[in-house]
Design a protein around this ligand. Structure first.
Ligand SMILES: Nc1nc2c(c(=O)[nH]1)N[C@H]1C(S)=C(S)[C@@H](COP(=O)(O)OP(=O)(O)OC[C@H]3O[C@@H](n4cnc5c(N)ncnc54)[C@H](O)[C@@H]3O)O[C@H]1N2
Ligand code: MOO
Length: 410
């Protein structure tokens, strides 16, 4: 496709989101569901708790027998049964008798209260079933009985569609009696760095070489955003190698992210391979960093071709890829939180481009994350940033005290 005119960040963001349809939901075992997004509401299959049960280790009684018991006027009952947790027994509780019961065990039908063991003469802890129990505390109707359905009732909506499956949400599903949930799968994101200068981190560098930090940066960012990263690593600026790597990847992932090779250089391989595809559009976006962007589909898979400079790649991930990935994962809230903060110092911003300045929070203000400026190559300094201050395209000088929107990424 031909190069389009300058596009705003907002326009490119909207196109990116549109491209990334929510992935088709699957029935997923609970043990694999953490972090996924529910595609359908979860209804309780049973009451929770499923039966009236004891909240205390102690004795199930008729409260009428012990409602006036005190240390000075204790009441002695005959122990007629034992109900440990897990038991399905329902022993009778005649007048002036008690049944030993443990926390979580079903309350006998004819018992009306539980007396904790501490309110009796029976020692706490393991021991044989006593013949009698003397109660020395007054007990009221329903004391320490947890009612069936007190938490949720069969048929109640436990969780709504769109809920992220946190640890607590998963417990709610399990307690409602389901072993599986209908959830959007975790998007698998293929990550490919391009550049003949790139070597694996830790490799001794000859002149002209640098470590490939982008594929590690983006793989971690994908995982953090709730995706599964398929990190291919770096391929050289060779058309055949890049095209082959891309085709292999497209067969196994839901989204592809590449870095590098999208500018106007003589060896910009990403652009060379994809520009003729008619399914990927290369557009300059009015932002700094992150101006050269490519977006579209490759063999039906959404593809983002991000600029190679590491700060540009990360800003582009945050601005476009992360929202798309979150939409694919089923989230309705696709965006990072945005706060308004005053600039703690003055800085410059380019004319005609929305600046996303990596910043740190200092007291109530934001300051550039590094004193070395906003260069898109400052990858080590990027680690200091808490977020990006968004400077409007028509502002060229940020003054101390100016209020700015700040996208929080830390
Ligand atoms: N004549 C022009 N030159 C450039 C322009 C322009 O408009 N006219 N735009 C500049 C801007 S802005 C950016 S951003 C870059 C984008 O270039 P590419 O996407 O083609 O990226 P590369 O040239 O491959 O690399 C740029 C830079 O980043 C380093 N890099 C690349 N990949 C990695 C990686 N995986 N890990 C770490 N660092 C990486 C690479 O070595 C380069 O230094 O173009 C400008 N040029
Ligand atoms: O737009 Mo480039 O991404 O400034 O460095």
């Amino acid at each position: 496709m031909a190069t389009a005119p300058l596009r705003t960040l907002t326009e490119h963001h909207a196109i990116a989101l549109e491209l990334c349809e929510p992935l088709t939901a699957r029935l997923t075992p609970l043990a694999e569901a953490y972090g996924l997004v529910l595609a359908a509401e979860v209804l309780a299959g049973t009451d929770t708790p499923p039966f009236d049960n004891s909240a205390m280790d102690g004795f199930a009684v008729r409260h009428i027998d012990v409602e006036h018991a005190t240390p000075d006027a204790p009441v002695t009952l005959t122990v007629v049964g034992d109900v440990p947790a897990g038991s399905d027994e329902d022993p009778a509780v005649p007048a002036h008798s008690a049944v030993r019961i443990m926390t979580g065990a079903p309350v006998p039908t004819h018992a009306t209260a539980i007396v904790p063991v501490e309110h009796t003469d029976v020692p706490s802890g393991p021991g044989a079933l006593p013949e009698t129990v003397t109660v020395h505390h007054a007990t009221v109707l329903g004391a320490h009985v947890r009612r069936a359905g007190e938490d949720v009732q069969a048929g109640d909506v436990v969780l709504t569609a769109g809920t992220r499956l946190t640890a607590r949400a998963i417990a709610a599903v399990a307690s409602a009696g389901s072993a599986v949930v209908a959830a959007h799968p975790r998007p698998r994101v293929g990550i490919l760095s391009t550049g003949s200068e790139l070597v694996a981190p830790g490799t001794p560098l000859r002149r002209g070489q640098i470590p490939d930090s982008n594929s590690y940066l983006l793989a971690a960012a994908v995982e953090e955003a709730g995706g599964t990263a398929v990190r291919v690593g770096a391929v050289t600026d060779d058309v055949a190698s890049f095209a082959a790597a891309l085709t292999d990847l497209a067969a196994t992932v839901d989204m592809i992210v590449t870095t590098g090779g999208v500018s106007v250089g003589a060896f910009d391989v990403v652009r060379e391979v994809l520009e003729s595809s008619e399914t990927v559009e290369f557009v300059p976006v009015a932002m700094q960093p992150g101006k050269p962007q490519g977006l579209g589909t490759w063999q039906g898979v959404p593809i983002f071709t991000l600029p190679g400079n590491p700060v540009s790649a990360f800003v582009s991930f945050e601005a476009f890829v992360r929202p798309g990935l979150r939409r694919m994962a089923g989230h309705t809230d696709t965006e990072r939180p945005v706060l308004v903060r005053a600039a703690g110092v003055a800085w410059h911003s380019p004319a005609g481009r929305e600046q996303l300045m990596p910043v740190r929070f200092v007291d109530d203000t934001v300051v550039p994350a590094t004193g070395r400026g906003s260069g898109s190559h400052l990858v080590a300094s990027l680690a200091l940033a808490d977020g990006f201050a968004i400077v409007p395209a028509d502002v060229t000088e940020v003054a101390e005290g100016d209020e700015l929107r700040v996208m929080v990424v830390s």
